[in-house]
Every structure is written in structure tokens, then in C-alpha cells.
Design a protein around this ligand. Structure first.
Ligand code: GRG
Length: 300
């Protein structure tokens, strides 16, 4: 998929995800208004919606219907936004800006931000259960995607990666295996799960699901390496958050461990490999192909 159709694809899918989230979540005046305002503040702050879009694109790549998958894709964005709100807290990264706006705790205070994150996480599972009960997908399939998202977000997935990341801050050295663990868990697990959930709900054969899983793993790692690179080379204004934070916090990143040029090469090799995983797919997988390239070429 060349750049312009991909742009349109991203815009259209983003609008679908946003519309579902707007209509599903309690309005900003629903009691207690403060929590709903805080949830909506971070959720509608202009995120790229990459994870739900990957989920929808994966479903389409195997002939699945987008509208059936949409609530599950939106649930992934709820989990992602919770992770960002908590990651920005003083006890974690202590960040001031996110998505071009003040972070949730800077705007609403720390206790409200913690609760907004908690509510976003729990809303994801309520959304999947509610739409699963009302829809036509088998309950076994619904439970399997709930399990997929729960495991990817939990202590053996994103939370585990976040913990090891925090532990590695300020260390004099770490090896590539440890950094690989951090990246594939903190960031990669949710991206892998997004693609797999789309594949499962879209009705992928086991062969295609294996290919999609490998694609998800490779672009997940490539995405985090690109994020490391953007923290060195990105434009603060375009990214909507402060850059140079990894170095300031003595975080371990690919550019720090293997150098900027090798990190760039590594990200591109991963994208090529991810594209190779889609060789057995037809033009229905073009959005996934475009997204793989976008992961490393993005400016924000
Ligand atoms: C707090 C349990 C817990 C986990 C936090 C996601 C995460 C784990 C930390 C975020 C730190 C960070 C900046 C990681 C880099 C990769 C990443 C997740 C970037 C943000 O994702 P984008 O670029 O953001 O998709 P938008 O705002 O577009 O959704």
C-alpha cells in the first residue's frame, strides 16, 4: 500500500475506533464527573490508534468483518491508554507532556490519574464481555481473546516489561537479551496481541495465525526500536512529548546499546522480515504491509 491510501486507511479506521469509544464510555458528566473527564482527557488526546488499527487490519487480512472486531480493537486502545497514564506518573516516568497535552496527573492530580488508569483497564474487559455477550462470535473465541489481552497486559507481558525497564534504569550495563526482554514485553506484547486478536476474530487458519503472530512480534520490536530512535532524533513538537528522556533517565535503548546506525538497520531488517511473514497473504493484507513500514518511518 503506498503512502496516500495508507494515510486514508489510518484516518478512516481511527475515526471508527474513536466513534465506538465515544459512544461506549460514560459521558463526561456521568457521576462522578471527574473520573469520566479524566478518562476522556487522555483517551481523546490524539493517539494514533495503531494497536486497534493493527487488530482491524489483521482481521481484514484473513477475510474477517471489521465491524465485528471493532469493539475488541477499541478495548486494546483502552489498555494502551491506561498504560500511558500510569507510565507518566511521578512513581514511573514522571512526565509532563503526552500526546501534546499535559499528562493526566498534571491535569487532574495523581490520585485521579491512578484511578483513571484503573478505570480504563477495567473498562477494556467490560467492553469485550458486553459486546461478546451481545454479538454472534462464539463465547469460546471471545474468552480466548480476553485471555490473550489479559496475558499480554499482565505480569508476564507489558507489566513485566515495565518492571524490568524500571529496574534497568541507571544500571552501568545490560546485555542485549535483557533489552530484548524489556522491548518485547513492555511494548511488543500488546502489539503482538493486537494482531493475534484480529486474526482469531477474523477466522484465521492456524497457519495464517502463526504468520500473523510472527509479523506482530517483529513489528512490535521494530516499533520500540523506532521509538528509541525518535527519542534521540525526533521533533518534540511533532511527537507531542519531550524527547531526550531516555538519556536523561539513563534508560537502556537500542541506540545506546548498539549505536544509532545499527539500531536503524535492525528496525528495517525486522520490518523486512515482518513483510516476509505476509508472503502467503493476498492484497487483503496490504494495510498490514503498509503499517509495517509506517512503524519505522513514522515521525511521531
Ligand atoms: C504502566 C503497566 C505500565 C506499562 C507501561 C506502554 C508502556 C508500558 C510505557 C510507555 C512508555 C513508552 C513511551 C514506550 C514506548 C512505546 C510506546 C508504548 C509508545 C507510545 O505508543 P504510541 O506511539 O502512542 O502508539 P499514541 O499516543 O499514538 O497512542
Amino acid at each position: 500500500m503506498d503512502k496516500d491510501p495508507l494515510k486514508k486507511y489510518l484516518r478512516d479506521r481511527q475515526a471508527e475506533v474513536d466513534q465506538l469509544l465515544h459512544s461506549y464510555l460514560p459521558g463526561p458528566k456521568c457521576p462522578p464527573p471527574l473520573i469520566h473527564e479524566a478518562i476522556r482527557y487522555s483517551l481523546f488526546a490524539g493517539g494514533k490508534r495503531l494497536r486497534p488499527i493493527l487488530c482491524l487490519a489483521a482481521a481484514e487480512s484473513v477475510g474477517g468483518r471489521r465491524e465485528v472486531v471493532l469493539p475488541f480493537a477499541a478495548a486494546i486502545e483502552l489498555v494502551h491508554t491506561y498504560s500511558l497514564v500510569h507510565d507518566d506518573l511521578p512513581a514511573m516516568d514522571n512526565d509532563t507532556y503526552r500526546r501534546g497535552k499535559l499528562t493526566n496527573h498534571k491535569m487532574f492530580g495523581e490520585s485521579t490519574a491512578i484511578l483513571a488508569g484503573d478505570a480504563l483497564l477495567t473498562a477494556a474487559f467490560a467492553l469485550m464481555a458486553e459486546k461478546g455477550l451481545a454479538g454472534t462470535i462464539s463465547h469460546k473465541k471471545i474468552l480466548s481473546v480476553i485471555l490473550e489481552l489479559g496475558s499480554a497486559a499482565g505480569s508476564t507481558g507489558m507489566v513485566g516489561g515495565q518492571l524490568v525497564d524500571i529496574q534497568s534504569e541507571g544500571k552501568k550495563s545490560i546485555d542485549q537479551d535483557e533489552l530484548h526482554y524489556i522491548h518485547t514485553h513492555k511494548t511488543g506484547a500488546l502489539i503482538r496481541a493486537s494482531v493475534r486478536i484480529g486474526g482469531v476474530l477474523g477466522g484465521a487458519s492456524s497457519k495464517k495465525l502463526t504468520a500473523l503472530t510472527r509479523y506482530g512480534e517483529k513489528i512490535g520490536l521494530a516499533f520500540q526500536i523506532a521509538d528509541d530512535i525518535l527519542d534521540v532524533e525526533g521533533e518534540e513538537k511533532e511527537m507531542g512529548k519531550s524527547v531526550g528522556q531516555d538519556q536523561a533517565k539513563e534508560k537502556w535503548t537500542y541506540p545506546r546499546l548498539i549505536g544509532l546506525e545499527r539500531a536503524k538497520k535492525e528496525a528495517h531488517v525486522l520490518v523486512e522480515e515482518a513483510l516476509g511473514e505476509l508472503n502467503g497473504f493476498g492484497p487483503e493484507a496490504d494495510p498490514l504491509r503498509g503499517l509495517a513500514l509506517y512503524m519505522v518511518e513514522r515521525k511521531k
